[in-house]
Structures are given as C-alpha cells and as structure tokens.
Design a protein around this ligand. Structure first.
Ligand SMILES: C[S@@+](CC[C@H](N)C(=O)[O-])C[C@H]1O[C@@H](n2cnc3c(N)ncnc32)[C@H](O)[C@@H]1O
Length: 473
C-alpha cells in the first residue's frame, strides 16, 4: 500500500521540495528501503528521531518513547533551498549561534590537518589586552615524531612537557600581546583548519575576509589559541534528535477543549518545527496526505500569523467522518477563533480554506472520455474548479454555471437543456446559444462540439472549450 502512495507523492514534490514521513519503530526499516528506491538514497537527508515524551512510567517491558521522521529532498542540487536555516531550541543557551556568531578554535590536532608552522605576525589582533605565553624549546626529533604521527599526539606532548590542551598550537617563540596586538612574530606549530583564510586575513591587514557563510576574522584568545569568528546572519543548527516539541497527550487535550476528538494527533509544536525546516519560504505550498486532525494546517496558519507569510496547504483525509468532524472543524476553529470548553476565548489565526470532496470514481475513462454515469453536477464541479480554482456552490440546474471575475462559465452536458435541441443540447449551435441564459460579456462555453463560426464566436465574446479534451489535467 505504501509504495504507490509514495510514488504519487514524489510526483507532487517540487525540485526544491522536501518530504517528511512520520513512522513508528515497527515500520521504519521497511519504509527506509522503499523511500531509498523511490526518492533515491542520495536524496536522503536524515532520520529525525522524535522523543515522544508523554507518560514513560507505565512499566512496559520496554517503553518505546520515540518515533521517526524520515526526511528526503527531491533533488540534492537544491538542498540548500529545500532545507531552512533553523536553530534547534535545545541548542546550548550560551551557544554563539543565538547571537548569530560562529566562534571556534582553528587548531585541529588530527591527521586530516597535518602539523605545520604558521608565523603570527606583529599586529595580529587579540581579544585580550595583554597575553604572555612562554615558547617551548623543541628539537628536530620533535618535528620528526609529529610528522610521522601526522599530529602532535598526546605522547609527544607529554614527552616535551606540552600542555595536553588540543586548542593550543605549540608556541615555538614567546607569544606577547600588548594593547590587543601581537608585538613580535611568533611561530606556532600545529594542524590548522581554515589556514588559507588565516593567510588571507594576514594579507588583508587583519580585516575580515569573505567566506561562503559570511565574513570571517581571526584573533588570539586568553589561552593563546588562534580562533576564528564569523558573523552568521541566519544561523542554523538542526539536530537529529527532536526533544521538547510537545506531546500527543497534550494535543489531544487541547483538541478536546475545542470539542474535537482524535486519538493520536501530532503536537502542533513538532509540526511547526518541521515547517521551519521544510517550509521556510513564506509562500510554500504544503501537502499533508494523511491529515487526521489537521495539525499541519494549524501549524501553517500559526506560522503565517507569526511571520506574515502566505503559505498554503492541501490536506487529504480519506475518512469522510474525520474529514468533516475533525479535520475541517479544527481548521475552521483555529482560523476563525473559538470559545474553548472552559469558556476561554481563543483568537483566530486568520486564513481560510475550501473543503472539496473527491468523487469516489474518476470522471474519465482510461481512454480520456467522460464516464457515462457522470452527472451534470459532477462535471459542473470539475469545470468550475478548472476555470476558477474555487469550489462550485451553484445548483447545477442551468448551463450557466455562474460568473467569475466578469466572465460567464457555461456547460452543455447530459441533457441539461432537456433534449430540446441538436445533439441533445450538448452541441453549441445557433439555436442552443439562443436558448441558454444570456450574459452580456465574455463567456467560456464547454460543449461536445461547436457549430458557430469564428466571426459569431468573436461577436458574442465566446471562448469555446470542447469536452472532454479541454478538461485534461
Ligand atoms: C495518524 S493520523 C494523522 C495524524 C495527523 N498528523 C494529526 O496530527 O492529527 C493518519 C490519518 O490518515 C488518514 N489516512 C490513512 N490512509 C490515508 C490515505 N490513503 N489517504 C488519505 N488519508 C489517509 C487516516 O484516516 C488518519 O486520519
């Protein structure tokens, strides 16, 4: 069952789109294999693990308190557009990310960054007014040993009495800072990340140099380490374990206070967070094909009301009872506002929606013809939506379906004219045109055929569309 649904959903994804699929511990491994095949393993981003929290003290043999959210992009080429820049709220409070800054040591003591000498020149900036760090006396054997090891290993450090802090490149000369500036050249030895940028920074007379993620600058800190600092305008730190994003129990309770009963709603906080990742763009279109209680719509309306966005959503719910009494009821209440069961007034989030019902059977045969048992009302709904993008609210008792933005829309089908005229009234002839309700303005007329000549069509402002061909989707 999952396979065809996922194939269909992939077709709906934009090139810069992203899909999240929530799944439990039992089905996760099978789903991952299916998704790798359908979406392509190279488009797999990660499996987010949602800590479902809730009650964990009910003495199961093992209480599974997590679910998975598989995440794929449609096309890795557009990965950076597809994935929003979001800082996980569980990021350390004192993290520089909250201040929009990335601040890190550049000394990377590992074989990927083999040790080499860098000379810190006079004038190199320091955050400290004064720093003094005594240089180490090392011999050639020290350099040979570190070259062999590919790093300044802990053994070598202790053999030469060097502190074990990996953050410190080995000072081969005294490091002296006065007045926030290095006062004499100091050779340091170690493995460095961003070495090329460091050299550009020196060549640039200690002014910030451009880097992909924002300008970057270097400085010496109180521990005599060289650090880099980058202003990150839109920091991002997405963690794969999701904690503190609400619980199903709490969401169920909130729905109950709205007079809605649904057993396993996702918390709105969780979906809101996923939206920040996948629908950062304020005009995103979000499809939830298993809508249930409509948490996705709730989260989108909330997000739009917070940032002024105009994200749109399509919710699909196959259970008729749920779609009306749960999904639609919730979307209406959260958009319009409501009084909860405790008498509290909950303000509406704004936004609107249309409720559409899909016909049980397709309107067209596999050969593209209109199925014989399709009623006038069913085709009228289809034509009206195709022309206007809105739901049909008329009575379907006349070939004139209605007027939309100054244009009348007609449908000649299934004997709506009671067989009084040629082709059972399904062909647009002069006689048929004379008896259909008039409209003084542009008209779009759907019919099986047209016998009016081009000059008449032009004179009467008619755009003719032939059924069923003009209805192809
Ligand atoms: C687990 S619930 C989704 C809960 C939802 N995320 C929420 O927060 O309320 C799954 C829903 O998908 C609906 N459903 C199952 N199969 C479906 C399908 N093939 N097409 C559309 N809806 C489906 C079920 O009726 C059910 O309401």
């Amino acid at each position: 069952m999952m396979y065809p649904r996922l194939v269909l959903l992939r077709q709906f994804l934009r090139e810069d789109g992203v899909i999240f699929i929530s799944i439990d511990d039992v089905a996760n491994s099978l789903l991952k294999l299916l998704c790798d095949e359908i979406f392509g393993s190279k488009n797999f981003i990660t499996t987010l693990i949602w800590n479902t929290e809730g009650n964990t003290d009910n003495q199961y043999e093992i209480k599974v308190n997590h679910e998975y959210v598989l995440m794929y992009v449609k096309n890795t080429k557009f990965k950076s557009e597809a994935i929003g820049r979001v800082v996980d709220p569980n990021t350390r409070e004192d993290s520089n990310l909250w201040r929009g800054v990335a601040d890190n040591n550049i000394n990377k003591n590992n074989p990927a960054n083999p040790p080499a000498i860098f000379t810190i020149p006079i004038g190199f900036p320091s955050k400290e007014e004064v720093v003094f760090y005594k240089g180490k006396n090392v011999d050639q054997a020290f350099f040979d040993a570190t070259k062999r090891a590919g790093l300044v290993s802990d053994d070598i450090k202790s053999a030469y009495g060097i502190e074990k802090l990996s953050g410190l490149p080995v000072k081969l000369d005294d490091l002296i800072v006065e007045n926030h500036k290095v006062t004499k050249p100091c050779r340091v030895y170690g493995g460095f990340a961003n070495r090329r940028k460091l050299e550009q920074f020196v060549a640039n007379k200690f002014k910030p140099v451009d880097d992909d993620e924002g300008p970057i600058e270097f400085y010496i800190n109180a521990n005599a380490a060289i650090r880099y600092r980058r202003i990150v305008e839109t920091p991002s730190n997405i963690l794969s374990v999701l904690r503190g994003f609400g619980t199903t129990e709490r969401m169920r309770g909130e729905l109950r206070r709205m007079g809605i009963h649904f057993d396993y709603p996702k918390p709105v906080e969780l979906i809101s967070y996923l939206l920040k990742i996948g629908a950062e763009n304020e005009s995103s279109l979000i499809l939830d094909s298993f809508a249930g209680s409509g948490t996705t719509a709730h989260a989108i309306l909330k997000q739009n009301s917070e940032d002024g966005g105009d994200r749109r959503f399509i919710l699909v719910e196959m259970n008729e009872g749920i779609s009306k009494e749960v999904t639609e009821a919730r979307v209406r209440l959260v958009s319009e506002g409501y009084i909860d069961s405790k008498g509290g007034k909950i303000k509406g989030l704004g936004g609107g929606y249309q409720f559409c019902t899909l016909s049980a059977e397709p309107l067209f045969t596999p050969q593209g013809q209109i199925r014989e048992d399709v009623t006038f009302l069913q085709l009228a709904e289809f034509v009206w939506f195709a022309e206007t993008g809105t739901g049909y609210c008329g009575m379907a008792d006349s070939p004139l379906l209605g007027e939309h933005e100054g244009r009348a829309i007609y449908l000649l089908y299934n004997g709506i004219l009671k067989d009084k005229s040629a082709g059972g009234g399904n062909v647009l002839t002069g006689a048929v045109f004379n008896i259909i309700p008039p409209f003084d303005g542009p008209k779009t007329i759907y019919a099986a055929a047209c016998r009016l000549g081009a000059p008449r069509l032009q004179r009467e402002q008619i755009v003719f569309k032939q059924t069923p061909y003009a209805l192809e989707v």
